[in-house]
Design a protein around this ligand. Sequence first.
Ligand SMILES: Cc1cc2nc3c(=O)[nH]c(=O)nc-3n(C[C@H](O)[C@H](O)[C@H](O)COP(=O)(O)O)c2cc1C
Length: 174
Amino acid sequence: MEFYDVVNTRRSVRNYKPDEIPEDILGRVLEAARAAPSGSNRQPWKYILVKNPEMRKKVATLSGGQPWIAEAPIVIVACGSDIKYDRGGYMGEMSFLLDSAIGLTHLILAARAEGLGTCWIGLFDNESIKDLLEIPPGWNVTAVTPLGYPKEPKWTQPGKRKAISEIVAVDEWS
Ligand SMILES: Cc1cc2nc3c(=O)[nH]c(=O)nc-3n(C[C@H](O)[C@H](O)[C@H](O)COP(=O)(O)O)c2cc1C
C-alpha cells in the first residue's frame, strides 16, 4: 500500500471482528515497530501481546472501561523503560514517552497497511495493568491498542484536522 494512502486513511477503529491475525502479517507489523528510531538508539520499549480473552477483558476494564478493546484478538500493551540520565535535554526522564510513541506509531501505520485496525488508548490505569501483566519496576505502560480486523472499515473517511496554515509557521511563530 502506498505510504500516503496508509497515513491518510488510518482511523481509530472501535469495533473488531474476532478473526485471528496470520503470523506472517503480525510479524511484519511488529518488525515495523522494531525499526523505529529512538534517542541514542536505546529502544526503551516492549510490546506485550495480550491474546488470552479473559486477560484482554481485564486490560479493557483497566483502560477506562472501554469494553470494545477486548473484541480484537490481540490487545497490545506498549511499555517504556525509565531512562536514568538526562538524554533528552529538558525532557529528561520523560524521553521514553517520545521513543515509545514513535515505536507505536510505526506499529499503527504498519497495521493499517496490512488492513488491520488499531486505536491508540491513552486512558489506562498504569499501576493496575503493571500488576496484572507482571511488568517489572522501571517499566511503565505508555499506551494500549487493540489490533484486529475492523468490523466496519472506516478507511476512506478523513478525520477532521486543523489547517496546514494553523499548524505550520516559517522562520518564526505565527
Ligand atoms: C495519546 C492518545 C490517546 C487516545 N486515547 C483514546 C482512548 O482512550 N479512547 C479512544 O477511544 N480513543 C483514544 N484515542 C484516539 C483519538 O480519539 C483519535 O486518534 C482522534 O480522535 C483522531 O481520530 P482518528 O485516529 O480516527 O484519526 C487516543 C489517541 C491518542 C493519540
